[in-house]
Write a protein of this length. Structure first.
Length: 84
């Protein structure tokens, strides 16, 4: 999941349109937008594109999400805040 916070609405529309190219699910929240990716590598590529376009601060965390077929599943959360 990628959380984008503290971005102007005009820039946020451009970001959301780029996320659609990665086959992501987008959810608008109070202070920005949450984008859910099926693959963590797609999320990383998306973040790389955003960092080239604008000045974002990135924070990263992981969380245990359970087991599936004996394999550990981990939820990756990236939080991006715009540094104007």
């Amino acid at each position: 999941m990628v959380q984008i916070r503290d971005v102007e609405k005009s820039k946020l529309e451009g970001i959301v349109s780029r996320a659609c190219k990665f086959n992501a699910e987008i959810e608008r929240v109070k202070n920005g937008v949450d984008i859910y990716f099926e693959d963590v590598n797609d999320a990383r590529r998306f973040i790389s594109v955003l960092k080239k376009l604008s000045n974002f601060e990135v924070k990263f965390s992981t969380k245990f999400a359970g087991l599936r077929k004996g394999r550990v599943r981990v939820l990756f959360v990236y939080c991006l805040r715009y540094r104007g």
